[in-house]
Design a protein around this ligand. Sequence first.
Ligand SMILES: [Ca+2]
Ligand SMILES: [Ca+2]
Length: 210
Amino acid sequence: MTKRLPLAFLAILLIVLLAGLGVAYGLWSETLTISGTVNTGEVDVGFSGPWVAEWVEVNGTPQLEPKEKDGAAECSAKAIDSDLTSDGKETIEVTVTGAYPSYHCLVKFDISNLGTVPVHISKPKPGEGTPSWVEASACYPEWYQLHAKDSAWASILIHFTNKDGVNENDKYKFTFTIQALQWNEAPSASKDSVSTCFAPPEGIVPELQE
Ligand SMILES: [Ca+2]
Ligand SMILES: [Ca+2]
């Protein structure tokens, strides 16, 4: 008569056998890893220029300011690095002194893409309180795309007439802002949006001066 092994003994035997398997199958192994570094680009724009041109209308006809009257009204503009965390100059400050009806000051500048991400730029938008006789003009359509190192022109024309109700010895402030958005989160420039921009009257101011 065959003697049956007790169940407990079988269980222990099984554990011992499995332990033996564990030793026998201690696998040689190797792990593969993927690692990487992502360097991000940047949205960075700035102004070049500005260039200023002055002229005056005499009985409705534009002409250069007569020499002896040039100093009566003056216009200056400079670009300032107002964001120290980014390249370029982000602000243009314009100062006009002695302005009088039919005196004109044109401030021309360009907007450059100094970063790596293509951007879409808006036209200059007037801020609150900007007088209607200070006008901006862009030589590009709304939301124009600027690739890295590309630039586009725009300008501000300051000029009022006797009809504008401008006071003598007063101070008027204006602001304009231009937005630059990463190209893939910005509206697209409309193809048929042709843009004409201010230029000094022909033959009056041959070169804009910095
Ligand atoms: Ca910048
Ligand atoms: Ca002048």
